[in-house]
Design a protein around this ligand. Sequence first.
Ligand code: GDP
Ligand code: IMO
Ligand code: MG
Length: 424
Amino acid sequence: MPTKVVVGVQWGDEGKGKIIDILASNADVVVRSQGGNNAGHTVENKNQVYKLHLIPSGILYKDALCLIGCGVVIDPKVILGEIDGLIARGVSCENLFIDPRAHIIMPWHIEIDHLSEKQLGKDMIGTTKRGIGPCYMDKAERVGIRLVDLLNEKLFIEKALKIGEQKNKIITKIYDGNSLDIQKIILEYQTYAKKLSKYVKDVSIEIYNAFKQNKNILFEGAQGTLLDIDMGTYPFVTSSHPISAGVCIGSGIGPTMIDEIIGVVKAYTTRVGKGPFPTELLNETGEKIRKLGNEFGTTTGRPRRVGWFDAVILRHSVRVNGLTSLAINKLDTLSGMDEIMICKNYKKNDGTIIDYFPPSLEELAECSPIYESCKGFTEDITNITSYDELPDNCKLYLKKVEELSGCKISMVGVGPSRSQNFIV
Ligand code: GDP
Ligand code: IMO
Ligand code: MG
């Protein structure tokens, strides 16, 4: 198997966890390279459901090396809880390693995430409030604490005291919040350091060694292309690079080491949090899809906003990620619709038609979708195991998706479990 990257091509929650779990059956190494526990990746197999936030979805295969790269932000309490939870369910975490350069989420990041969202009021981003943005802010400002710093007792105390004091000023003076007990935080994090030390390894070196031995390497994207801090709907984005290029920076590899880039996409569109969404369905159809697709956030439980498939977004994602194929999920959720719509272009208020995703949110707000209608299907497709068995209207829908997106479909998902997926 060549080196494969799996990315989300919409606003996250496309079913990346399931696709990684399926592809990981042939992988020697599975790597997470950006984001943090804002991600929620669901893996279902043998009637067991796992919701993973930081640990790569390859962890269920006991021989796969699972790596967390330097681009991921780590909440030590969350990852230790996730490790304990997996071990309690009989899943080994012996092959899990985190890069020492990864930045650590501190309690002040979480506090500031809450407070800044509160202060933004109706203009809030709708973050997961896991401290992700504030942690990446400190990384860019060069005042962050990395895992390697946490493991150095003297350096950690020095840094935590200095940074903590400054953060308390921000919390109390700018946000009118309550100051944090820095000494207590230091003690708490020292216990995490002890527990985490056995999971530390230079991820860049590990991947490179595996690459030289022709091992199968799989990169697990988190979030989605439209949440990318540059290529997404800024400022309603996350603070990292979920696009394929983010894999190189966030794991310490070069672009020449990547062979395939698979974009995971839902057969319709969803989004959690605020921001523009041209094909959003604020009607009964939207409600129906939310209910049938069980569209509630894996991390925060928030209801996901739902809309029709948007090929303008797909063309944007095909280009910015350099996708080699698509893995489409949740086709089963559309069963029972009389008509299924695909947005092919946008029409602006002045009548201009555009075929690209605009960088300006003001321009995007002026865009209404131009739809192409596809005939619906009523059959239950959840037990189908090959493309040929799909109802004709389903095949026509997939053909339309390929035609309007400019990318071929390589995998189809008709249910949440490992077995409900087939190769095209
Ligand atoms: P991720 O963040 O991209 O890994 O996706 P999430 O796990 O947050 O959300 C995807 C949801 O859809 C999960 O509940 C999956 O179990 C479920 N899912 C994935 N693929 C399919 C599919 O083909 N059909 C159905 N019905 N559910 C799916
Ligand atoms: P997975 O990997 C869906 C969204 C949040 C919010 C914005 C910024 O499961 O697909 P943040 O906490 O990152 O600062 O929030 O990004 N968001 C996600 N939406 N799936 C995710 O991850 C997300 N991670 C962040 O809802 O709109
Ligand atoms: Mg998710």
